[in-house]
Design a binder for this molecule. Structure first.
Ligand code: EPZ
Length: 430
């Protein structure tokens, strides 16, 4: 089993280029099959979840032509299997986007219930609510989400909770329903806007994405398009925190600074310097960080996907900090691993109380899920001594060339799969 081996306590300094947004790319790949012409998507991140979904739509009969690691041409006209339950589809959460896409296009679809990180219960009731409002019979049966309709007709849909997945999924189905659909209490994340822009580039008629009211006038068919995915807000935020925890100086290129405002604000609050460029951010952290409090919220609030990385940063800050995780019920799984490294954190329900320590010490730790895993790599890069991180496949789901980008910044990190390789790394870096 591959592991990261890391020698910490070295400031990360230099420049890093951010890849395309995983959570936009996944929805866009699903939406691409709604056209019967060739759709070219570039700036895709070369990460496991994207490659799994591309395999899933290929297995279902779509033409998938990988131009290069970041560009793909997709033609959904040959898609011939409306029961999508191949081995790939159960591995990722975003597989459920094929329900909205294929219900919109074919009015009939069955997709295996999604997999994804174990950060909470991950219900799909709001997805089903939206599909039913559009006139579909939508239910869970035989471990699949099943949806079919004679015709989809517009509706006025109120989301009971702010949900990225259901907002995107219902928006996709509604984009080919008859009439004008309104989605209220919609998610406003940058990737929701990116998916709406992508659908519009194929001929959809969607207005208001990025606000909490999205208006969709259904169309009959989509045409070809060429589209570039936005930069990944969470990958960028993760490297911003890497500067903070290693007292480094990192310039993060190919970002949209507006998408990172809540993260920049918090880093400034705890004592970092953040310099904004047109499409870059520079984060400098030298002195001891100060404590603060965080509550995760839907965009534009502090993102839940940045909560573990902030938890590691505050574990090294001076004073007591409180993190409230308001989106998912199981998103503190990194805390036990961090405690092995000397952190002082107490979790009570959805709240973590963190008493900052001056430094962490290297240890043998495990990645519990995607973002917690990335956060623990940051902890190891700041810690005194050596660490190994197990289950890095979680991290590779959402970060392209993570260890290579960290190494380019001066991080001492390698991928190993044996004790002998760990020893070799220790000799090389000792
Ligand atoms: C997306 O998950 C992202 N995943 C997650 O990122 C991200 O954490 C999350 O949005 C919130 O931003 C992808 O885009 C593939 P939600 P999603 O529906 O769509 C509740 C990562 O690290 N809810 O916005 O599953 C749900 O329980 C991943 O990249 C319902 O109650 O999240 C949660 O409390 C992890 N009913 C809240 O809404 C529903 O039908 C937000 O979930 C759907 C959701």
């Amino acid at each position: 089993m591959e592991q990261y081996v890391i020698k910490g306590n070295r400031p990360l300094v230099g420049e890093v280029d951010i890849a395309g947004a995983k959570n936009a790319a996944l929805a866009i790949i699903a939406a691409a099959v709604m056209a019967d012409e060739t759709v070219t998507v570039d700036n895709l991140p070369d990460v496991r979840d994207v490659n799994v979904l591309l395999n899933a739509i290929k297995e279902a009969g779509a033409i998938v032509d990988r131009v290069d690691r970041h560009t793909v041409r997709i033609n959904g006209s040959t898609l011939n299997d409306l029961v999508v339950d191949n081995e790939y589809i159960k591995k990722i959460r975003a597989s459920y986007y094929l329900v909205g896409a294929l219900l919109g296009k074919y009015k009939n679809v069955e997709v295996s219930l999604p997999g994804g990180c174990n950060i909470g219960s991950r219900p799909v009731d709001q997805h089903l609510k939206g599909f039913r409002a559009l006139g579909a019979v939508a239910e869970i049966a035989h471990g699949r989400i099943c949806a079919r309709a004679d015709r989809l007709t517009a509706s006025h849909i109120y989301m009971d909770v702010v949900t990225v997945g259901a907002t995107i999924n219902v928006m996709m189905a509604a984009s080919m329903a008859e009439g004008k659909t309104i989605i209220e209490n919609a998610a406003k994340e940058p990737h929701v806007v990116d998916v709406a822009n992508f659908l519009n580039s194929m001929g959809a008629n969607i207005k208001g994405a990025g606000t909490d009211v999205i208006r969709i006038k259904g169309v009959e068919r989509f045409h070809k398009t060429e589209y570039s995915v936005i930069p990944d807000q969470i990958e960028a935020g993760t490297f911003m925190m890497a500067a903070a925890v290693t007292k480094g100086d990192i310039t993060i290129n190919n970002v949209i600074p507006k998408h990172l405002e809540s993260i920049s604000a918090k880093l400034i609050e705890i004592g970092c310097k953040v310099v904004e460029g047109d499409d870059s951010l520079r984060v400098v952290a030298t002195d001891r960080l100060r404590n603060t409090n965080i509550k995760t919220l839907p965009y534009p609030g502090f993102p839940t996907d940045m909560q573990p990385q902030m938890g590691v940063t505050l574990a090294l800050a001076d004073g007591t900090s409180v993190i409230t995780e308001s989106i998912f019920e199981n998103r503190f799984r990194y805390v036990d691993e961090l405690i092995k490294m000397g952190a002082t954190i107490k979790v009570e329900g959805s709240v973590a109380i963190i008493d900052g320590v001056r430094s962490l010490s290297g240890a043998e730790i495990c990645a519990p899920d995607l973002r917690a895993g990335a956060a623990l790599v940051l902890a190891a890069l700041s810690a005194d001594g050596y660490s190994t991180v197990d289950d890095i496949v979680y991290i590779q789901r959402g970060y392209e060339d993570f260890h290579l980008k960290l190494r380019k910044l001066g991080g001492q990190i390698d991928i190993v799969s044996s004790d002998a390789e760990i020893q070799k790394f220790k000799l090389k870096t000792g």
